[in-house]
Write a protein that binds this ligand. Structure first.
Ligand code: KE4
Length: 436
């Protein structure tokens, strides 16, 4: 995998990667526009990428990596799929932000609604954060209640209400998990452990009539991949119905990832509201929220809940989303499942042969390699995994030109561009990295 084509360093003794990283550090906090890209969790210099094609990305010095970051989820077809590139190029030739409804918005919305009929009405936004934030505001308006229940370790974007860390204990009033989040905001967020049915029921018992919604990643993918234990999502559906609260599925990662109908199709649960992002925009800036018509009808200009966006429904994002979903007929998921299952099987075998305590958790083409004897079922267990071992494994894979998400708490994203050759290269590298 070592097809490095060194470029003449442009600075004194510096590679292009090092030069760009230095310039970035002079422009952005931590030299990045999103924290995880700084590679701080794995103690390596961050990559600087200039091109993606299929399952591969290229850094600014010409080094090619086999990629499992996948743009953090959107690149389910692989990078720069010709159909998606052409769709965006064609749309761009007709102008960018036209500032009015565009037919492509309607086309993408109809595809989303066909896949997830629970989204009777929906709105496009420019990020998952914006969509999740809007869904919460809407849930509060629809119920007249203030409190939201989220799960420890779940990530729903960086709106204040969701940046709340659990204190400890079962059902706890959140405490600010980020500077700048006020006590007042944190008081209205209750954080409970994922997969803990009793804790959810207790939260409702303690705050009867105050909880507007439960928001959940139906497959947790921001503490690493942790699937719902049998009955957990059904319990959330039942307990929210019993207390006239709303159930919000944050499917920013799982939507169009774990199946053609997302997690709500995979597990057969109908949420009141759904949040989407990533794949639905094919790698362009996008988010979406939607759900029951009676609830969504509260959104301006029809109802009193205000939400807006200059670039919402952007024609190029719509074009990329449509072109991506067109390449994802249900049968393609069977292929993705087969490749991902083979990768899981081979990773487990490679770790066993290296006599390493590793567990692999996978849901569809989302997977996480856990360093620890037992696969976690919630954030507390995930935090107890051997992150130093993960960091060493990450470095070993990076040195062998396999680019993993630079955090134990992120998912590997397998794409339709990952084939036999990519699997072989991954397992060869992992076999060595597990032994290192
Ligand atoms: P964005 O605002 O980043 O588009 O979406 C926020 C979001 C919402 N919900 C879920 C379940 C998400 O995973 C995300 C964003 N995911 C992270 C990585 N897991 C994006 C990567 C980053 O923050 O740089």
């Amino acid at each position: 995998m070592n097809d490095t084509v060194p470029r003449p360093p442009t600075g004194v003794g510096r590679t292009r990667v090092q030069e760009v990283a230095a310039l970035a550090a002079a422009s952005f906090p931590g030299g990045v526009n999103s924290p995880v890209r700084a590679f701080r969790a794995v103690g390596r210099d961050p990559v600087v990428l200039v091109r993606g094609e299929g399952a591969y990305v290229h850094d600014a010095d010409g080094t090619r990596y086999l990629d499992y970051i996948g743009g953090w989820g959107p690149a389910i077809l692989g990078h720069a799929h010709p159909a998606v590139v052409e769709a965006v190029r064609d749309a761009a030739s007709r102008g960018f932000a036209l500032g009015a409804t565009h037919p492509s918005e309607v086309e993408l919305a109809s595809r989303v609604r066909a896949a997830m009929p629970s989204m009777e009405l929906l709105r496009f936004t420019s990020s998952g954060t914006e969509a999740a934030m809007s869904a919460l505001r809407l849930a509060r308006a629809a119920t007249g209640r203030d409190v939201v229940v989220k799960f420890a370790g779940a990530y729903h974007g960086h709106a204040d209400a969701f940046l709340v860390e659990a204190g400890s204990g079962i059902a706890t009033q959140g405490i600010p998990g980020s500077a700048g989040v006020t006590e007042a905001v944190a008081r209205d967020t209750i954080v409970v452990p994922f997969n803990d049915r009793e804790a959810v029921s207790l939260a409702f018992d303690r705050d009867p009539g105050r909880i507007a919604a439960v928001i959940v990643e139906p497959v947790a993918a921001n503490i690493g991949v942790v699937p719902p234990v049998p009955g957990f999502l059904e319990h959330l559906r039942q307990v929210t119905l019993a207390h006239d609260a709303l159930l919000i599925f944050d499917e920013v990662i799982t939507g169009f990832r774990v199946g053609p109908r997302g997690a709500q199709g995979l597990y057969g649960i109908t949420p009141d509201l759904t949040v989407l992002g990533k794949i639905v925009g094919g790698g362009m800036a996008i988010g979406a929220y939607g759900g029951r018509r009676d609830i969504m009808s509260l959104v301006a200009p029809v109802g009193p809940v205000y939400q807006a966006g200059t670039l919402s429904g952007h024609p190029l994002a719509m074009a990329a989303g449509i072109a991506t979903l067109e390449q994802l007929p249900p049968e393609r998921y069977a292929l993705l499942e087969a490749v991902s299952a083979e990768l899981e099987r081979c990773l487990i075998a490679a770790a066993r042969d290296a006599q390493r305590d590793v567990s692999v958790i996978r849901v569809g083409s989302l997977l996480t390699v856990w360093f620890g004897r037992v696969a976690p079922v919630d954030a507390a267990a995930a935090l107890a995994s051997d992150r130093a071992a993960f960091a060493r494994f990450f470095g070993g894979m990076l040195d062998r030109r396999i680019l993993l998400p630079p955090s134990q708490f992120e998912a590997w994203f397998v794409s339709l561009a990952h084939g036999g050759r990519e699997l072989e290269a991954t397992i060869d590298a992992a076999s060595e990295a597990f032994r290192a």
